[in-house]
Design a protein around this ligand. Structure first.
Ligand SMILES: CC(=O)N[C@H]1[C@@H](OP(=O)(O)OP(=O)(O)OC[C@H]2O[C@@H](n3ccc(=O)[nH]c3=O)[C@H](O)[C@@H]2O)O[C@H](CO)[C@@H](O)[C@@H]1O[C@H](C)C(=O)N[C@@H](C)C(=O)N[C@H](CCC(=O)O)C(=O)O
Ligand SMILES: Nc1ncnc2c1ncn2[C@@H]1O[C@H](COP(=O)(O)OP(=O)(O)OP(=O)(O)O)[C@@H](O)[C@H]1O
Ligand SMILES: N[C@H](CCC[C@H](N)C(=O)O)C(=O)O
Ligand SMILES: [Mg+2]
Length: 483
């Protein structure tokens, strides 16, 4: 592919014309002859320092700030926002992509919503995929699920675009991806056409990175003001207070708005009745009421299912098919997943709640099913927003009958200090650092009518301690200690 055509429309300096591009990279260690290198200033390093090494390794063009030093013989694509320019150029290189791509942002519910959207598309007969925390999820012709992990929710822009292009080559026509606030702030999930974008909710998380709730919301809003196609659609969970900001932006942009929820217009949730294995939803669409069964428990899962339904409708699936599809949704891995029922009859649920709001939502989801006590095992991740620790402690103290504080990916921090920050707001809680012992204690205490909730790690298969990842899977451990 010719460099000229990839960088057309961008401001350039130096270099020779007509060069052939072989790839794109943002890490100088991945540069090969013919690469376009994106040099970005990050939190840990300044990528501009690696320009000489990238050029030595064969980079023929560098996307960087105008003030960055780029050798004369190499094309400098000079842009005040080099990450955005790089995303657009790399997208030209990697195209084509699945014809219909949609993005989901929000503090909680992104992974669930992209996965449920994938399922609804598949039921409507589309070759569908999702990309997010669970990796890249697709199904083969027989419906067998394949999941390839990528490490982060959105690893980096090159991996993201390469994955999307790979899906298109496999015949995938519909792809739903998670747009995390980090990803949006770093332009890690864009450059390609995005037909619809969804907003699930806003609550406290990641303030270590964004600083303030306003900055955190601003990062998410860019999905609606800039990333989604101007003639595309936005699906908004209308019951969240922050949704008015999203709706304003969508109207300014001229995109189609589908609001969903008890205050929604496109899909209005009229009633929600929990049943033993799920819930019954009464939903109004175009003034007509429909009753649907949802085989997932909890208000939060109903919310995510409705946002997914909105995305399916926004991308052309008829409302009747979408509503029928809700009844056939499969659970999402690690989201209120029932790991085991103990010998004394207490179900043990594993949930990925790792924010105050998520913890509240997970407990609320289980409460209607508890006749005895709700026993909670949880912790908080190291090297992450420290302010959420006491908030989670307070919620546990208030909403659980028994709370056990344990470790959840301490990373580089002393685990006891993380637990202490949680316990400061949860005076009645028990402290058991070792996560297996904590789960065993909860299972040991649970009797008939009780429910155990193991929160924070969901689908994760490792405990990150220092630089090491120790094998650990909440679902498996719950089964082992209950056996
Ligand atoms: C805070 C954060 O998001 N950091 C991510 C970000 O780092 P950064 O841009 O600040 O990069 P940096 O390490 O300072 O380096 C700057 C630049 O120099 C380049 N470099 C660096 C070293 C070198 O030898 N050569 C080189 O070229 C890097 O590729 C980079 O372009 O970009 C890196 C490469 O794309 C990511 O690996 C890194 O994720 C770190 C590991 C991380 O833990 N991220 C988490 C917090 C995260 O992003 N999580 C969200 C999920 C959140 C949610 O869903 O709630 C996610 O989307 O996964
Ligand atoms: N709509 C929602 N409202 C409140 N809490 C929710 C909602 N959806 C999910 N949660 C909580 O958040 C947890 C994580 O859900 P999910 O993985 O879908 O979110 P996410 O936004 O992808 O998270 P991450 O930021 O880690 O990628 C769930 O296990 C649940 O406890
Ligand atoms: N996307 C979230 C996941 C948190 C999961 C939890 N187990 C933890 O390690 O804090 C984050 O990176 O902050
Ligand atoms: Mg996620």
């Amino acid at each position: 592919m010719q460099l000229d055509s990839l960088i057309a429309g961008f401001s350039t300096r130096g270099g020779g014309a007509g060069a052939r591009v072989t790839g794109c990279a943002i890490d100088h260690r991945k540069v090969a002859p013919g690469t376009i290198f994106g040099a970005f200033r990050g939190l840990a390093r300044n990528g501009e320092e690696f320009i000489p090494a990238a050029v030595a390794a064969g980079a023929i063009a560098v996307v960087a700030r105008p003030e960055a030093a780029v050798p004369e013989h190499v094309v400098h694509i000079a842009d005040a926002e080099p990450r955005r320019a790089f995303a657009r150029i790399a997208a030209r290189f990697f195209a084509p992509f699945p014809a219909t791509t949609v993005a989901v942002t929000g503090t909680n519910g992104k992974t669930s919503t992209v996965e449920l959207t994938r399922q609804l598309w598949r039921m409507a007969g589309h070759a569908a995929a999702s990309i997010g925390t669970l990796g890249v999820t697709t199904t083969d012709g027989e419906g067998k699920i394949s999941q390839v992990s990528t490490g982060l929710t959105t690893p980096d822009i090159v991996t993201f675009l390469a994955n999307m292009a790979g899906l298109a080559r496999e015949g995938v026509s519909h792809a739903a991806f998670e747009a995390s606030s980090h990803g949006l702030a770093q332009f890690r999930t864009e450059g390609l056409p995005v037909r619809a974008a969804a907003f699930t909710n806003l609550s406290r998380d990641h303030l270590d990175y964004h600083g303030t709730m306003e900055a955190y919301l601003e990062a998410k809003l860019r999905l609606f003001s800039e990333v989604v196609d101007a003639d595309g659609a936005a699906v908004v969970w209308a019951d969240d207070p922050a949704s008015t900001r999203v709706e304003e932006l969508v109207r300014e942009r001229g995109a189609r708005l589908l609001s969903v929820g008890t205050r929604g217009d496109a899909l209005r949730l009229i009633e929600r009745v929990p049943t033993q294995l799920g819930q019954t939803l009464t939903i109004a669409v175009d003034g007509r009421e429909h009753r649907c069964t949802l085989p997932l428990i909890g208000a939060y899962q109903a919310a995510n299912a409705l946002v997914a339904a909105g995305l399916a409708m926004a991308t052309g699936v008829p409302a009747a098919d979408v509503l029928a599809g809700l009844g056939r949704l499969q659970p999402v891995r690690g989201r209120l997943e029932r790991a085991v029922i103990t010998a004394r009859g207490a179900p043990v649920y594993v949930d990925y709640a790792h924010t105050p709001d998520g913890l509240r939502a997970a407990i609320a989801a289980l409460r209607p099913h508890v006749s005895g006590r709700l026993i909670l095992v949880f912790g908080a991740g190291g090297d992450r927003d420290t302010g959420k620790r006491p908030e989670m402690g307070a919620i546990a103290a208030e909403q659980a009958d028994i709370a056990i504080v344990t470790d959840d990916n301490p990373r580089s921090e002393p685990p006891a200090a993380i637990r202490a920050a949680i316990l400061a707001a949860a005076p009645g809680a028990t402290e058991i650092g070792d996560r297996r012992a904590a789960i065993a204690e909860a299972v040991g205490q649970a009797g008939a009518g009780d429910i155990v909730l193991v929160a924070g790690k969901g689908h994760e298969t490792g405990q990150i301690v220092g630089d090491r990842v120790l094998a650990f899977d909440d679902v498996q451990v719950a089964r082992e200690v209950a056996a």
